[in-house]
Design a protein around this ligand. Sequence first.
Ligand code: B12
Length: 209
Amino acid sequence: MDILETIANDVVEGEMDEITDHVQEALDSGLEAKTVLDDGMLKGMNTVGELFKEGEMFVPEVLMSAKTMDEGMQLIKPLLKEGDVTKAGVIVMATVKGDLHDIGKKLVCMMLEGAGFEVYDLGVDVTPEAISEAVKEKKPDIVGMSAMLTTTMLSMQDTCAMLRQDAVTKDVKIMIGGAPANPDVATEMGANYSADASAAVDLAVSLIG
Ligand code: B12
């Protein structure tokens, strides 16, 4: 197995203690940081996405893969040149006001980052005002919102309404997810829905077109 395959494999297997040495070895052998990222780590992350979609990998393993990728990125990030990373788009993501669930949202963020999106995760319990502010500041292509409680779907609705009422934010694309969300409520809110993290990537790509 060559070193890039080994690195891809580290991400898939969640080999957090191994990846730093392997990334260093690849860089020492003269490989560019971008090559290590694209043909090593991101290749591994794509495999993770596929395995998750096929039900062959589960949430805890995917989170391990994400942490492993983070470890490897520590060495790569300072070496990446401007323009090395092709940006698929910018996304602001938040769990809405009143809701503290973030496992699913983090998974969505990770998959989106793996697919090349620049993601700003605002955290949990985020007010409509804070989401609106972030949209004005970061000018994202898409706002993603997560809710896991029936009650916090109302916060999601409020946030959508606030974004649509303001001339600066009214045209931003919105995608929503979480257990109480579904395509019908999304349509009512003027948003788009996807059921899981892999589908969220496909949705984001299609929204940006
Ligand atoms: C873990 C958990 C917690 C943890 C959260 C920890 C954390 N850091 O997230 C803790 C213990 C804190 C918690 C607290 C509570 N919880 Co809770 N919790 C859960 C549990 C067991 C799992 C949720 C989870 O992480 N699933 C795994 C992830 C991977 O799946 P997911 O979140 O659905 O995300 C996927 C998709 O939905 C989608 N997705 C998610 N977000 C987004 C966003 C976008 C933009 C897109 C496109 C897609 C997308 O992609 C994700 C990945 O594939 C669920 C039960 C369940 N089985 O769902 C209850 C559950 C959600 N909780 C529930 C409740 C009631 C509560 C509490 C009120 C309990 C209490 N009495 O205190 C509090 C509320 C706290 C609050 N204010 O938010 C209820 C909600 C019922 C309802 N209909 O309202 C559930 C359904 C349990 C139940 N059956 O009663 N909880």
